[in-house]
Design a protein around this ligand. Structure first.
Ligand code: PRP
Length: 213
């Protein structure tokens, strides 16, 4: 029997995923050691393998079939735009993708002005402003602490994920528009879905049963 490989987004999402998988009998003891720097773990009995990858790279591993199954946020799925099946909403890692900024930026959005938008998510931002709002904007890609941009005058607004809202609040910013809801999703490689259908379909079915109870 060949290994079924999971690519998990390193960090909190991976630990939450493992807690859920454990409930359907999929376990991996050594991955639970949070101090470990190992990136690949194996459950020999179940013939399962786990990669801990950077969230943005999970869709890449799944599209190329290096991993059969991935668990990653919907934000990453939308941003990366990889070819794969999204099969399940796992319900954790919930947050919202939003346009945020100072209250005063509301007017700029209403009147479709040429504004600068800072974000870690240039593709989501482009799709939202160009295809949904039909507003031309200048997108500035940043890698973190996005809330800084409108405060220091790099951009008028940002597109970012909002979970509790405290980062915005503590920096004097507000949600101006909501783009979409985000949560962790299970994704499957298109070929694996056919070649390992029985084993993968069982995992999906067991999770669906768990979620419905
Ligand atoms: C994320 C996101 C926001 C913050 C939102 O940043 O980019 O900054 O969390 O969470 P909140 O609504 O609960 O305050 P993250 O902590 O991942 O770090 P980053 O800013 O370096 O991307």
């Amino acid at each position: 029997m060949r290994y079924i490989t999971f690519a998990l987004a390193k960090g909190r999402l991976a630990h939450q995923t493992l807690e859920v998988l454990e409930k359907i009998g999929i376990t991996c003891e050594e991955i639970k050691d949070k101090s470990s720097r190992k990136l690949i773990f194996v459950n020999e009995d179940l013939k399962l393998r786990f990669f801990l990858a950077k969230a943005n790279d999970v869709p890449t591993y799944v599209e190329y079939g290096t991993a059969d199954i991935g668990v990653v946020g919907k934000d990453t799925i939308l941003e990366e735009g990889r070819k794969m099946y999204e099969v399940l909403d796992l319900g954790f890692g919930k947050c919202r993708m939003c346009v945020a900024g100072p209250e005063s930026a509301k007017e700029l959005l209403k009147h479709g002005e040429l504004i600068r938008v800072a974000t870690k998510y240039p593709n989501i931002t482009k799709d939202y402003f160009y295809n949904k709002k039909h507003q031309t904007v200048e997108i500035i890609k940043l890698n973190g602490s996005i809330e800084l941009a409108p405060i220091v005058g790099l951009s008028e607004v940002i597109v970012d994920i909002v979970e509790t809202g405290s980062t915005l609040r503590e920096n004097g910013l507000v949600v101006l528009e909501e783009i979409c809801n985000i949560s962790a999703r299970m994704v499957v490689n298109e070929v694996s879905m056919k070649m390992e259908h029985e084993r993968i379909a069982k995992i999906i079915q067991d999770l669906k049963t768990l979620y419905n109870n």
